[in-house]
Design a protein around this ligand. Structure first.
Ligand SMILES: *Cc1c(COP(=O)(O)O)cnc(C)c1O
Length: 421
């Protein structure tokens, strides 16, 4: 459930008409709902009730400061995957002891930044990385809390580009080598082993792969404890999928996920950490765009809009589906049309949908891409010298621009001309 609904035929974000925001900020833009962010965070928080736990929002899904502050205010920690994200989380006021550092290639500088600024734990992805974290910690005279990310070799049954838990993927260390790696970690004076980490992929639409992975983690917890390690925290990653269409085969709910976590891992008495990104942000945001032209092709109609693949890359990159709806609802009974919905970028890949059946539109009409809150704005670029589009946050009947559109001069003046030109 989200808070983008029609009222008397007009699409609202919470209590604000989307058309009103468009008139003020221009199109295209991202629009987020505070209430939806909060609701999704709480679903996870409540799903883990009764177990000691922390929900660390995977901020790579949507990392605007205003979003981080919104989530931190209701109790979220943060999962970061770069020094930039770490700095963003800190800038948003998130204390270091609520920030988890994940990611397959943390650099020495990033490790130093996090150790100096405070960190809940590093999720270590390899032995060379473990050695560097140890070295930096010793130089700084601190002890780095770590988990080791294990790769359980399970098929997440999701898009290949976002599956991370098979042995062919670059992530983590093979679970079969975990005992050896933990023994090594325990011998390093700059590290304190506190738990185990696993994250098998994104947009998972079934619980089974999670269950398989968590059963392996449960076994490993017992093995490592019998080897003498103190395993007190299990980081279970993110990855629970969201419904991108309003069909019947919706992914499992956070409550079902929580029950499965309790079943597979509850008996171990560990603190549970999860890192959802998409499920918190995905349906908390839409991208609003305007129809520039409707063009008759030989055998199809093209809806050419002012948003493009540089603004929302998911369809081009992951063959992702987004529901696309008009901001002003068509009158009942109006005959639907079939459109190829495309942006202005000079690539055929700049196609959002082919043969999409929807209400007829005309130049100047506003449309909204649903489920665009996660991996939308954060993956945008200025390809074709199209300035980054604004982000707007709604709360009740208020809205605010939380990232404005840069001017063309601002975009251009980031370049510098060498002396010889
Ligand atoms: C991307 C990522 C997540 C979040 O995944 P979602 O599918 O957005 O929930 C969590 N943990 C790690 C380590 C990740 O890389």
């Amino acid at each position: 459930m989200d808070h983008f609904l029609y009222r008397d035929g007009a699409l609202f974000a919470e209590d604000v008409p989307v058309a009103e925001i468009a008139a003020e900020v221009g199109t295209p833009f991202y629009c987020y709902s505070t209430a939806t962010f909060e609701r999704h965070f709480r679903l996870f928080d409540e799903a883990l009730e009764g177990m000691d736990h922390l929900v660390c929002y995977a901020m790579k899904a949507a990392s605007n400061q205003a979003i981080l502050k919104t989530l931190a205010a209701v109790g979220a920690g943060m999962d970061v995957v770069s020094g930039g994200e770490y700095a963003r989380a800190k800038a948003a006021g998130v204390p270091g002891d609520r920030i988890v550092f994940s990611g397959v290639g943390k650099t020495r500088d990033e490790i130093e930044m996090a150790l100096s600024g405070g960190i809940r734990q590093f999720n270590v992805e390899s032995e060379p990385e473990m050695a560097v974290i140890n070295e930096v910690a010793l130089v700084l005279g601190v002890v780095a809390p770590i988990t080791v990310r294990v790769n359980p070799d399970v098929d997440a049954k999701t898009h290949a580009k976002i599956a991370t838990g098979k042995s062919e993927n670059k992530f983590g260390i093979p679970i079969s080598r975990a005992r050896e790696v933990y023994a090594h970690a325990a011998s390093l004076k700059g590290l304190k082993v506190i738990g185990i980490d696993v994250h098998i992929g994104s947009q998972l639409t079934q619980l089974e792969p999670f269950r398989l992975a968590y059963e392996k983690v449960a076994q490993l917890t017992e093995d490592l404890r019998s080897d003498g390690h103190e395993i007190s925290r299990l980081d279970l990653g993110g990855g629970l999928g969201i419904p991108y269409t309003r069909s019947n085969d919706a992914p499992p709910l956070p409550t079902e996920y929580g029950a499965m976590v309790r079943e597979t891992l509850g008996h171990l008495g560990c603190e549970i950490e999860i890192e959802p990104g998409r499920l918190i942000a995905g349906n908390a945001g839409i991208m609003v765009s305007k129809v520039i032209y409707v063009k008759e092709g030989e055998d199809r109609e093209f809806m050419i809009i002012d948003g493009a693949m540089n603004d929302l890359i998911r369809p081009a990159m992951y063959e992702a589906h987004h529901d696309i709806i008009p901001v002003v609802e068509a009158s009942p009974g109006v005959e639907k049309q079939r459109y190829d919905i495309v942006g202005p970028v000079c690539e055929s890949g700049d196609t959002f949908a082919k043969e999409r059946v929807m209400e007829p539109v005309q130049a100047g009409d506003l449309i909204a891409f649903r489920s665009a809150g996660a991996y939308g704005a954060v993956m945008s670029s200025e390809y074709n010298s199209r300035p980054l589009i604004p982000e707007v946050l709604v709360k009740g009947d208020q809205f605010a621009v939380i990232r404005r559109r840069p001017t063309l001069d601002e975009m251009i003046n980031r370049d510098t001309i060498p002396e010889w030109l």
